[in-house]
Design a protein. Structure first.
Length: 398
């Protein structure tokens, strides 16, 4: 294909995508403005804010872009649903995994909805920031962000005047990050997203209500938990690290949990079946403890361990659990790509509704990149090439 052919295919694909979401914009002006906004997010601009996006669209001022985010009438939740449907249509597969995680957006001042000094994993410390909780979809075909929620701390919900100033709805109530994650997962499952698994880090995995929700929805999970996670066994309750310390040598298997930027992510893994008869476990399902051990020692001379609680239909293999554990990195890759390539974190808005609108359009742009990369001839050829080429408390797999 020539460069002209590639460009024509790119524009045609973008036209098809906007045909999908066109009905969410009730007037021509915001629909055309949104298309220009997304084209700007996809453009190789040094920064992607109101001014630069307006300049890329040929506007003299950013007024039109600001109006799109702050005052124009359009259905951003509907666009979110369309993004999810678009991702499922092109990347959906039986091995699909839903991944929930949060990311921080560093901010100055106190006016932006939800902003306060709070821990941001993005910064690795407490910063003045907003936190967004996201749901990503990952399969053998690709990965993309499909849902988003803005976390509003209790201090915000308690100050209704401050909320109104930031356009937070009067009926907004406090929701934990795991509450927001459950809401997004329920939307995905209710929409029939083809996913057999959910994975998340320990901020979500340690929440018993979160795990119970997944079991009630009959979807398998592999979620990280802290080393002191209490786990019920036949000999009573033990910590995850205590159980792992008694895993026999033959229980450890060296496996890759997927490819990273530097090649296969290889660790030693051990899996234990947890005793049956646990309250609430779905009939015919089994709970597991999965332990990951690094191959090299840290600065203290220790082999680092990570722990996961799992629940899946009986007969699930250790390799299945390991693969799902490795798929959690998909959301980190989505964050990195969306922030670097489609301006996910480069917005200049304060209002609650404007945050959702920018984030949704950035997700739309990111989904287009993900689908294009997954379905381009080179990507398909590469995919085709790859396809060729507490001693008594638990029972460890050997």
């Amino acid at each position: 294909m020539t460069i002209d052919d590639d460009l024509a295919a790119w524009i045609a694909g973008l036209d098809d995508l906007f045909a999908l979401v066109a009905g969410r914009f009730f007037r021509v002006e915001p629909r055309l403005r949104a298309r220009a906004y997304v084209r700007g997010l996809l453009a190789p601009l040094a920064a992607k804010n109101g001014w630069t996006l307006a300049e890329a669209a040929g506007d003299a001022t950013p007024d039109g872009m600001q109006r799109l985010l702050n005052r124009a009438t359009w259905d951003d939740d509907g666009v979110r649903d369309d993004v999810r449907a678009y991702v499922v249509r092109h990347l959906g597969a039986a091995d699909g995994v839903l991944v929930v995680d949060e990311t921080g957006f560093l901010k100055k001042g106190t006016k932006s909805a939800g902003v306060q000094r709070q821990y941001s994993g993005t910064a690795g410390r407490v910063e003045n920031c907003q936190l967004g909780v996201f749901c990503a979809y990952a399969s053998s075909k690709g990965r993309a962000l499909i849902d988003r929620e803005l976390y509003l701390p209790k201090s915000w919900i308690a100050d209704r005047d401050r909320c109104r100033e930031a356009a937070v709805p009067d009926d907004a109530e406090f929701a934990t990050k795991t509450d927001l994650a459950r809401t997004m997962l329920a939307r995905a499952l209710d929409a029939g997203v083809p996913a057999a698994w959910v994975t998340a880090d320990e901020a979500y995995g340690k929440d018993g209500k979160f795990r119970a929700f997944l079991e009630q929805r009959r979807i398998g999970y592999v979620v990280a938990v802290p080393c002191d996670q209490a786990i019920a066994g036949s000999a009573g309750t033990s910590r995850a690290d205590v159980l792992a310390a008694h895993a026999p040598a033959q229980a450890w298997k060296r496996r890759s949990c997927g490819n990273g930027a530097k090649g296969p992510r290889t660790y030693d893994w051990a899996v234990a079946s947890l005793p049956g008869g646990q309250d609430g476990a779905p009939p015919g399902w089994t709970r597991y403890l999965l332990v990951r051990r690094s191959l090299t020692r840290n600065a203290r001379g220790e082999l680092e361990l990570a722990y996961y609680l799992c629940c899946a239909p009986a007969g699930t293999t250790d390799e299945d659990l390991i693969k799902v554990a490795g798929s959690r990195w998909a959301v980190e890759e989505c964050f990195q790509t969306a922030k670097t390539e489609t301006g996910l974190d480069q917005y200049q808005v304060r209002r609650y509704d404007a945050w959702y609108r920018h984030i949704t359009l950035a997700m739309l742009a990111h989904a287009y990149l993900s689908v294009t990369a997954a379905t381009a001839p080179k990507a398909l050829a590469a995919a085709s090439s790859r396809s060729r080429s507490a001693r008594s408390a638990v029972s460890w797999h050997t």
